[in-house]
Ligand binder design. Structure first.
Ligand code: SAM
Length: 308
């Protein structure tokens, strides 16, 4: 990575967005994937390539300036949240229990980022590698995870981390790839990293988060992922998307999605049920929508030798 890349990385602060609708959906998927891994006693490993700082204070600094969490986690937890139906409360219990554990007074003060979420779900022999490149954030992450022998923190480029840490010795696990998408060339690096990752760990679950601003970019992103999965020994991936509003203005974060490769077989039904109930809570716009669908593999391009 050159100095221009590093400059842009320095600019992104996840604290502005902590606990927003996109974090809520991403972390629900993360928790459901880990819950699924925990159904078997064999240990697993989680690798978080773009981990952030671990947990976020909602009433100080960046998070107060945007208040994005008020339209996200505050609609599910805390004094202003309406009760959930019993079925959805049961599905979301592991996620909401860990939000509750971070906020023992019942008021919403702290939002756990992916590292705090993963760390709290590990069993005795499970392991976690949390990686963050931003120098200050990497320091904060190391401090947040300090003293936990199950967690290794590193501060290298996330795509290099992906290659460096796969396959995990447990041969079971989850890779979360959650970049800020602020750098030119990010998509190419992500797809190359994913292709390498799948070569090394084709049985692993990979969850890739993406923002939905300009639908043309989203289509390009999904096509690139579908091309990578076409060349890997994996079933079609699952995509989970939520639109706060129709994406008419490409300057706004209109929605967010995740592609999950090797998803738990329960994820399709669970996310359909969860988003049916959460959609009207997380968006006041009557045109808000969601979808949970298979992401078909792209047709394989003919090899040069096959071309006439
Ligand atoms: N995964 C976190 C969570 O769910 O709580 C949020 C991560 S945030 C969306 C993206 C993070 O990636 C930022 O903290 C940013 O500093 C970091 N980052 C940016 N470029 C990176 C790179 N090339 N390698 C690793 N981390 C990077």
């Amino acid at each position: 990575l050159g100095p221009a890349h590093l400059g842009r990385i320095m600019n992104y602060r996840h604290a502005f967005h902590a606990g927003n609708f996109a974090d809520v959906i991403k972390h629900i998927v993360l928790v459901l994937c880990i819950e699924h891994l925990k159904k078997k006693p064999a240990p697993f490993r989680v690798i978080d390539t773009h981990a952030g700082i671990g947990r976020y204070r909602l009433h100080t600094g960046e998070a107060t300036r945007t208040g994005e969490w008020r339209d996200g986690i505050a609609r599910l937890f805390g004094p202003e949240a309406a009760p959930l139906s019993p079925a959805i409360a049961a599905l979301l219990k592991p996620y909401l229990d860990l939000i509750s554990a971070e906020n023992s007074s019942g008021a919403l003060n702290i939002y756990p980022g992916s590292p705090a979420i993963v760390q709290s779900m590990l069993r005795r022999d499970d392991r976690f590698i949390a990686n963050e490149l931003h120098p200050e954030d990497a320091k904060a992450l190391a401090a947040a995870m300090k003293g936990d022998k199950a967690v290794i923190t590193s501060a290298i480029d996330g795509y290099t981390a992906l290659k460096a840490h796969l396959p995990p010795k447990e041969r079971r696990g989850l890779v979360l790839v959650d970049p800020p998408f602020e750098e030119p060339g990010e998509l190419i690096r992500l797809t190359e990293g994913l292709a390498e990752g799948l070569k090394r760990f084709a049985t692993g679950t990979f969850a890739l988060w993406y923002p939905i601003k300009d639908p043309k970019h989203t289509t390009r992103f999904k096509r690139a992922i579908a091309e990578v999965t076409a060349h890997a020994d994996v079933p079609p991936a699952l995509e989970v998307e939520m639109f706060l509003r129709p994406p008419r203005n490409p300057a706004l974060l209109n929605g967010a999605g995740l592609v999950v490769i090797n998803p738990p077989f329960t994820l399709y039904a669970d996310m359909n049920a969860i988003l049916t109930e959460l959609l009207p809570r997380l968006s006041d716009n009557p045109e808000a929508t969601f979808s949970v669908d298979a992401l078909p593999k792209a047709p394989k391009a003919p090899k040069p030798a096959d071309k006439k």
